[in-house]
Design a protein around this ligand. Structure first.
Ligand code: ATP
Length: 245
């Protein structure tokens, strides 16, 4: 398995507070890696470091082969990122958003045109191409934001709670797009609060108070914790006493 993310004791402190505490893990090419934890567990902080947006206090990480502290521009070029408040421009049309981000990612005009047609067809929104993004339902915006995050064919895409606020069917459709990307060998690194989504991941890490407390396939985690579902695994981990390691 080619590794596209490798971290070694990656740590972020804010003053005396340790938001991400010496996390070490690897993610392979084409893997769907779920990054789970309660609110405030340190997921967004870790993800921002991996995207080259936040300098680690100590430890190290390589993403797509580049060091996240010293090669931030190369990291950013090789990843896609969809934040919780995904970054589409509401006052631009669907097509204008695609064109805008295609330009930011450095795609040529013909390539942007080609990608636009493909994307609109895939999402079945060709008719809506000239509508303002603000007029689209939330689930469509999420799918559009994801498709735009991978417009430049990055080797990894980071998704920070990409499906918040939509129903299970719409979430399921979103995950079809994730599977497609993974089949094309794009690595998907995803945080979520939804435990049904956790089941869709190849492997999952569970973070508690800045540390990774468990990391494995959903099936093995359930076996390890004697749990029927991921929610149960999550609750068991969250209930454990803080350790003094
Ligand atoms: N810039 C900052 N300065 C100080 N503390 C911060 C800063 N950014 C995050 N924190 C703290 O670090 C902790 C981890 O935050 P983080 O956003 O990484 O958690 P999270 O697991 O992503 O949570 P959520 O699911 O709510 O997004 C929180 O207690 C947060 O208040």
């Amino acid at each position: 398995m080619d590794k596209v993310i490798e971290t070694e004791a990656l740590t972020k402190r804010f003053g005396d507070f340790i938001a991400t505490n010496a996390i070490t893990f690897e993610v392979g090419q084409g893997e769907i890696f779920g990054f789970l934890g309660a609110n405030g567990a340190g997921k967004t902080t870790a993800m921002r470091m991996l995207c080259g947006l936040l300098k680690p206090t100590s430890g190290s990480a390589k993403v797509a082969g580049y060091d996240v502290a010293s090669q931030t521009e190369l990291v950013k070029k090789n990843i896609g990122y969809m934040s919780q408040k995904f970054s589409l421009y509401e006052d631009l049309t669907v097509k204008e958003n695609i064109r805008f981000y295609g330009g930011i990612y450095g795609l040529s005009r013909p390539r942007i045109r080609e990608k636009t047609v493909q994307l609109l067809e895939k999402l079945q929104i060709t008719k809506e191409a000239d509508q303002l993004v603000s007029s689209l339902p939330l689930g469509w915006k999420q799918k559009l934001a994801f498709s735009i995050a991978i417009l430049h064919d990055p080797s990894i895409v980071f998704l920070d709670e990409p499906t918040g606020g939509v129903d299970p069917i719409t979430r399921r459709q979103f995950w079809d797009l994730i599977y497609d990307a993974a089949h094309q060998q794009t690595t998907v690194f995803v945080t979520t609060h939804y435990m049904d989504e956790a089941e869709y991941c190849d492997r999952i890490s569970m973070m508690v108070d800045g540390r990774i407390k468990a990391l494995d396939t959903p099936r093995r985690l359930k076996a390890q914790f004697g749990a029927d579902n991921m929610n149960d695994v999550f609750l068991q981990l969250a209930r454990q006493q803080p350790s003094n390691e």
